[in-house]
Write a protein of this length. Structure first.
Lengths: 403, 353
């Protein structure tokens, strides 16, 4: 080989080597000692009950940082309030991405709020991970490759409700109330898919409400007057509690199907009056700490010990704190797998490569699983019925695995 | 900025020269100072975006948008004496006009500005007509009703397909035609700057001409103005329209720079924000609107930062308390707004020159 050729080969190799490392450069917000993660949550406003999820995640990062971090890096958690208002979310997310320069966002809360930044995050190519909403549209790897949900998607829950009605109330009259945005409408799409033509035949009244409404009492009265014996309630804890109270007050006792996100003992049933919530049917995918079945469960006890140490101000009866713990572990798994390559591309790649990963506080038999074509990490759940003290699970673990 | 009284050549009759023009600070006459300051401001406005990060350029652009909206409100309330608590509605109408044109008919953003302005001009005029019968408190209530109704009107399900309902409309960010020299945010900044300069020059000319004098006369003494031959009804309604035009164009620009409109962005709180900017900048002061715009943008951000310094996660609501505190301090220190403060300083420093 001539000298010139040797030099050419050497330079090309060096250039490729350096180009390779340049391409695998870490995301902004990542240093040798720290990973900065951004979040927006409803700390104030109509959905502020969900603020505890972000607080429990913050406590989870405290625990991670105290026990050495992930691959030697500590987590810096920057969480801003958006008051469940989409314009505010847009503003805060821009701040996080462009001014704070976070590596990615995690568990941003709310369907309408995340909708406002969906296009933006994908345009900016910032991982929009494990959003705290089950809307089906977060699982579209082809059109929105940077966004991923976590919990079982709402259309599946709607379909489960639809199937339940077909099986148990084939001739029943159904009343439906849902939040008038992408969140509520998603469940209804699932119900319609499962019930097909029977939806139009069985649903005698549909009512909606806005998140900014102070009360839904008039909707409940209108639904009672339809004479329905099944009530499908798609709301958030604030309005679900109002509904339960009003239904009791006007003496309306249909079979009450409440969506998973609103069916919380501490946030919904207790404020409404525990006795009034008896018989409510819902679905679940993680362990409710109130359930006596998990009294001596090692998994739940580990969670309780963690709550005592790192989130003593949190309510151990509030299952949202278990949700936060579980989703945090999913994020930890992704970051661990990313190793030293913390570029945004690799973080996204690892999020889309979870193979049947066991996550604490999920129901037995459940796992997180994703692939480049499957952006729905959790796709299994079980139906529950509230008996006055706990939501008793019944039936099989229903799996809605997509592709 | 001190030259309030008319010095224009419109109507070359025996209008006395403004005696303030003979005053000087540090040997330089006041009108010359005006020109120097405007020049400095323009230079800073043009070069600043190249020294700031994109997000800060976005913030500056947003402040200019607020300044234009406050200018609109100033024309109506400051110069014409009609109190409006409803300018958030016109801001919203302008924003939604632009958003709907961009989202549904794929119109390029610069073609949406004038239609948005025209829609608001008509809307403002139509609102101003019945409002002629209302004075002071009652006009305030009527405009308050408009501001409160607007989010609900925008959410109404009958035209949900057009307005996007509760979810609002998501827009694509306009791209810079010179990606190597101007980033998208810088490009939008310059567009907004040009529109703002045009609007400010027009407002300046308006209040210095015959129309301006009529507007101010109606504010100061409507009966005397009527006696002097000013058609109160026409001028008041037209001022409403023009004021809505300005705020509507500001709204249109806000939709372009944020790329998102939702009904809850245009609540009564926004109308209050404009009013705050108006008072802080200086009522009946055109340059004051710029200060007002920056104030209402920056102070909430500073308040949030101050509230965060307490280090408590449940202190998120504290930022509003801090904002209130800043507002109280500002009004205490500058009761006539920033423009009033400038006038005070000039009064103290100026000598016959």
């Amino acid at each position: 080989m001539t000298k010139l050729r040797k030099i050419a080969i050497a330079t090309t190799t060096a250039a490729t080597f350096f180009a390779g490392t340049a391409m695998a450069g870490n995301a902004p917000g990542v240093t040798d000692t720290e990973i900065m993660i951004g979040n927006t949550t409803a700390y104030s406003g109509p959905a502020s009950v969900y603020g505890t999820i972000a607080k429990s995640i913050s406590a989870c990062w405290d625990w991670v940082n105290e026990t050495g971090g992930i691959n030697g890096r500590k987590i810096k958690w920057v969480s801003l309030d958006d008051a469940y208002s989409p314009p505010k979310t847009k503003e805060q997310i821009r701040k996080l991405v462009e001014r704070e320069k976070v590596a990615f966002t995690f568990q941003t809360l709310g369907t309408p709020t995340n909708s406002a930044v969906h296009k933006y995050m994908n345009k900016k190519k910032v991982p929009h991970l494990f959003v705290a909403t089950g809307a089906t549209k977060w699982g579209q790897p082809k059109t929105f490759p940077w966004t991923m949900g976590w919990q079982p998607n709402y259309q599946t829950v709607g379909a489960i409700f639809g199937n339940y009605i077909l099986q148990n109330y084939p001739n029943g009259k159904v009343a439906v109330m849902y939040q008038n945005d992408d969140y509520g409408k998603d469940y209804v799409i699932g119900m319609k898919r499962a019930m097909g033509d029977k939806y139009a035949m069985q649903v005698v009244k549909e009512e909606t409400y806005e998140v900014t409404d102070p009360t839904i009492d008039s909707q409940i009265v209108s639904l009672k007057n339809s004479g329905a014996d099944v009530f499908v309630n798609i709301s958030i804890p604030k309005f679900a509690a109002q509904a339960i109270k009003k239904m009791y007050a006007i003496g309306w006792k249909p079979a009450h199907l409440l969506n998973d996100v609103a069916a919380s003992i501490s946030s919904t049933y207790k404020p409404a009056g525990i006795e009034k919530a008896k018989g409510i049917i819902s679905v679940d995918f993680y362990k409710d700490p109130n359930d006596p079945e998990w009294k001596d469960d090692p998994d739940t006890n580990a969670w309780r010990a963690w709550m005592d140490k790192y989130y003593p101000g949190g309510d151990k009866a509030n299952k949202m704190n278990a949700y936060g713990y579980a989703v945090c572990h999913t994020m930890m798994a992704v970051l661990k797998n990313a190793g030293d390559d913390l570029s945004r591309e690799n973080i996204m790649k690892q999020a889309a490569s979870l193979h049947e990963v066991a996550i604490p506080m999920l129901l037995p038999g459940m796992y997180a699983d994703t692939s480049p074509t499957d952006f729905y990490p959790l796709e299994q759940m079980q139906m529950t019925r509230f008996d006055g003290t706990r939501s008793v699970r019944f039936g099989p673990l229903i799996s809605a695995e997509t592709e | 900025m001190v030259a309030d009284v008319n010095t224009s050549s419109a109507g070359r009759r025996a209008i006395p020269e403004n005696p303030a023009n003979n005053l000087a600070i540090a040997g330089i006459r006041l009108p010359v100072w005006n020109k120097i300051l405007i020049a400095i401001l323009l230079v800073v406005a043009v070069i600043a975006p190249f020294f700031l990060e994109d997000f800060d350029v976005f913030q500056m652009t947003y402040a200019l948008v607020f300044a234009m909206a406050i200018l609109g409100l100033n024309l109506l309330t400051g110069f014409n004496g009609q109190f409006s608590l409803g300018h958030s509605a016109f801001f919203g109408i302008g924003a939604y006009t632009t958003a709907m044109m961009m989202a549904h008919w794929e119109v390029a953003f610069y073609w949406t500005i004038i239609p948005a302005g025209i829609v608001c001009l008509v809307a403002g005029f139509l609102f101003g007509l019945p409002a002629l019968r209302l004075e002071g408190l009652y006009l305030a209530l009527a405009t308050f009703a408009l501001a409160t109704a607007m989010p609900q009107i925008l959410k109404y399900h009958a035209w949900e397909d057009l307005t996007g309902g509760v979810q609002g409309l998501d827009l694509d960010k306009p791209e810079s035609p010179f990606p190597d020299t101007l980033s998208d945010d810088q490009y939008l900044y310059f567009i907004v700057l040009v529109v703002a300069i045009i609007l400010f020059i027009c407002a300046w000319n308006l209040v210095r001409g015959r129309t301006g004098r009529a507007m101010i006369a109606i504010r100061d003494n409507p009966i005397a103005a009527q006696t002097m031959g000013v058609n109160n009804a026409v001028y008041k309604s037209l001022t409403f329209g023009v004021s809505a035009l300005y705020t509507g164009i500001a709204g249109s620009m806000s939709a372009i720079i944020i790329q998102f409109v939702a009904p809850d962005s245009f609540t009564f709180l926004l109308a209050v924000t404009f009013l705050v900017g108006l008072v802080v900048g200086g009522v009946a002061s055109i340059p004051g609107a710029i200060f007002g715009g920056f104030f209402v943008l920056l102070i909430p951000n500073i308040s949030e930062a101050v509230a965060d310094m307490t280090g408590r996660t449940d202190a998120k609501g504290l930022s509003w308390a801090v904002y209130g505190l800043f507002l109280i301090i500002t009004v205490y220190v500058m009761p006539s707004g920033a423009a009033g403060l400038v006038r005070l300083l000039v009064g103290k420093l100026a000598r016959r020159g």
